[in-house]
Write a protein that binds this ligand. Structure first.
Ligand code: AMP
Ligand code: MG
Length: 418
């Protein structure tokens, strides 16, 4: 692997002299995004969390042979030949209810009234459903034959003690919690959620709802990032809005308590772009400047165990840099897959997608009946390019783009059913 560390000195008002390759930056993310520790949590709170380890069943489910119909427990072989024109009679010996088993043993020629979920008494091996039986004066008349095992849920037929119920890395579904409960697990070991701090820089920014002063714009990146962090299983530690001022940014970057820190804005080569040089001072700026469009001024590194991502302020760059690198780190640290969290479809290019060799492009596209049309107005500051688009195509560094008729993979912002 070539060295991903872009050895740019202070780039302010000078510009990048080199840019890292996306593949090398992804490798840096993967090498540094160590999975967080295990967190035992109550089953009731575990939906959507990531299993930290395999779960081995400590109990059989069901733990005893049980009736799967309401009716009469019998010896199956004793019902041979029973039918509408040949009812067979059994003496009623007792009753087995859920939670209150019949204490004795079935004798030959007898039946035991039984309800769904109740233990099948020893000596019995089948259940005649109630609709094939009539009961009077302690005698049960049966009008169907049941083979041994019929309408009996065998011990361990759902889960066997010692079997692997769920594998590490699984994102727990509602029914998984049911299965875990069914083997008696009160808690489950999941991966701790990465705590993520967002630092929004930019003296020109005001919040929606505030008065828009001269030279100001409404701040939007925090809203996008907050939702993306949530999507990727992160927990927002804090959202801090700071001035383009070295001391404020340094403090917000260095405070402990976050596994991942995202800095929005100030990552580029402008005079007010302090974040990269601060990160170099207080920790390690591993990468600054990446051969991609948008987001080329993205940077990243570490302060202690915390991974720091410097996301360009331009809203599309911010989204794109998050999705390529920061989201991947949050997912990996939280035990999830590094893969893109977007559904993919194959489609045919209808209008040429232009790129340049040596650079990865994040190209927003429309989909028209399976045909791909790149958006023409799509600069890094045009956030509506991401709301007009159905998804995006990634043009690899080795490609000059895609010609009309080429087959490409489109990553969809929404799943098709959404
Ligand atoms: P910067 O990366 O700080 O140089 O910002 C690049 C551009 O993105 C400038 O036009 C900023 O005004 C704009 N920008 C920076 N941060 C935000 C934000 N949080 N929301 C919306 N626009 C922003
Ligand atoms: Mg700025």
């Amino acid at each position: 692997m070539s060295n991903p560390i872009t050895n740019n000195p202070d780039v302010r008002m000078r510009g990048f002299t080199s840019r890292a390759l996306v593949e090398d930056v992804l490798a840096w993310v993967d090498d540094n995004a160590h999975r967080l520790s295990t967190d035992p949590i109550e089953l009731a709170d575990a939906c959507g969390r990531i299993l930290a380890e395999d779960v081995i069943a400590e109990h059989d489910v069901p733990p005893f042979d049980r009736a799967s119909m309401d009716g009469y427990a019998v010896q199956g072989n004793a019902t041979d030949g029973a039918g509408d024109y040949n009812p067979l009679e059994f003496r009623l010996l007792g009753e087995s209810l859920p939670g209150s088993a019949f204490a004795g043993e079935l004798e030959s020629g007898t039946a035991i009234r039984i309800m769904t979920g109740a233990p099948v008494p020893s000596g019995a091996d089948a259940v005649v459903p109630a609709e094939y039986a009539t009961e009077s004066n302690g005698v049960v008349r049966i009008t169907t034959a049941v083979s041994p095992g019929k309408h009996v849920g065998r011990i361990g037929e759902d889960v066997q003690t010692g079997s692997v119920l769920l594998h590490a890395g699984r994102r727990l579904r509602p029914q998984d919690l049911g299965v875990l409960a069914s083997v008696g697990a009160p808690t489950v070991n999941v991966v701790r959620r990465p705590s993520v701090r967002v630092i929004i820089t930019g003296d020109e920014l005001v919040l929606p709802g505030e008065t828009l002063g001269a030279d100001c714009i409404f701040e939007s990146n925090s809203f996008v990032l907050r939702s993306l962090i949530q999507r990727d299983g992160g927990r927002l530690e804090s959202m801090r809005r700071v001035k383009d001022d070295r001391d404020s940014i340094t403090k917000a970057m260095c405070d402990t308590g976050a596994d991942v820190v995202l800095v929005s804005g100030g990552s580029s080569v402008g005079a007010e772009d302090h974040a990269p040089s601060i990160l170099r001072e207080v920790g390690n700026l591993a990468i600054h400047g990446v051969a991609m469009r948008p987001s080329s001024p993205v940077g990243m590194g570490r302060v202690g165990e915390a991974m720091i991502f410097l996301l360009p302020g331009n809203p599309v760059s911010c989204l794109c840099a998050y999705d390529f690198f920061a989201g991947r780190a949050i997912r990996l640290r939280g035990g999830r897959s590094s893969d893109w969290p977007y559904p993919r479809i194959a489609a045919t290019v209808e209008r040429k997608i232009v790129s340049a060799i040596g650079r990865v492009d994040y190209c927003r596209v429309l989909l028209n009946e399976g045909r791909v049309i790149p958006l023409s107005t799509s600069g890094a500051s045009i956030l509506t390019s991401t709301t007009r688009a159905d998804g995006f195509v990634i043009v690899p560094a080795a490609s000059e783009g895609f010609a009309i008729g080429a087959n490409v993979e489109v990553l969809l912002y929404d799943s098709p059913s959404a």
